[in-house]
Design a protein around this ligand. Sequence first.
Ligand SMILES: Cc1ncc(COP(=O)(O)O)c(C=O)c1O
Length: 348
Amino acid sequence: MSGDDRELLRHHGDVDAARGLTDFAVNVRLDRPPAWLRARLADVLDDLGSYPSADADEAARCAVAARHDRRPDEVLVLAGAAEGFALLPSLRPELAALVHPSFTEPELALRNAEVPVERVLLDASDGYRLRAEQVPDEADLVVLGNPTNPTSVLHPAEEVRKLLRPGRVVVVDEAFIDTVPGERESVAHLAEPGLLVLRSLTKMWGLPGLRAGYALGDPAVLAELGRYRPHWPVNSLVLTAVQACCEPPAIAESQRAAAEFTEHRAGLLAELTGLPGVEVVRSAEAPFLLLRVPGGEQVRAALRERGIAVRRGDTFPGLDTDHLRIAVRDPEQNSLFVKALKDVVERG
Ligand SMILES: Cc1ncc(COP(=O)(O)O)c(C=O)c1O
């Protein structure tokens, strides 16, 4: 990537997943929210005649706080993790270090606000592992994803904590960590000054259209982050969804889903083993896999002809057109994908 690459950074998997294609490009677990959640949201429709109340905001923050063993004043409800990225310039960083390859929204938001950014590129030959010492000392803002989109690598919480230091905010995008059994390596429960964790309801709950998530952090950092938000920044449906998805039955459901993802991913990895020329980042912990296939662009086009959409990888800093990201689906769909990919690579 060179020059003004912002158009590429703005690329999302939903563009790859055109109507009519079997979607391995987007990583949302469900094609709609579960029935119990739709019912909770439907109950709120009658309340839309009033502005979102302080009580509803407090109820949502209390539910998040209880889920993560935090205080309600350490919670800020967001219109998706994406809003959290858009608010980062309010922290007025002097140098932001972005750990890549990773989701590109934070870089875009910071560059659009003319914040100086430096990319920290993790190394494929090192398994895209986080090495805290690679991050420049001068960075007063560091952003990383855990587990990381698109590599699927889960960094140890201990390595993430090494990034903390006085005068620096470390943003950990945990949009996918609810798909990891036990939310292993999450730092959401840690009340460390300067640690800001972003969470999303989008992937687990089939809610990309609602825009719901939250931030966990020091109240002073949250106040700075929200400084320029409008009044009623999130609507009553979002507040209800956040509350509902942090309650124990939802947590139990997400844990079952995490176990299922783990099983399905292992099956998919096994099926992909031995396909000629196909390399996979094997230390995967998220509900997607990063592949490297020679002639990736042609492979993507050939899969598309067979009715399958995969996410192009070259819009992620550090990757190229040979990289493709695929979602982990159920075993039947996964097998169909592997069969199609085998067919494509064997034909050359
Ligand atoms: C790694 C990662 N973080 C955050 C987001 C945005 O999440 P939300 O829908 O909560 O804004 C996405 C969406 O694709 C993502 O892939």
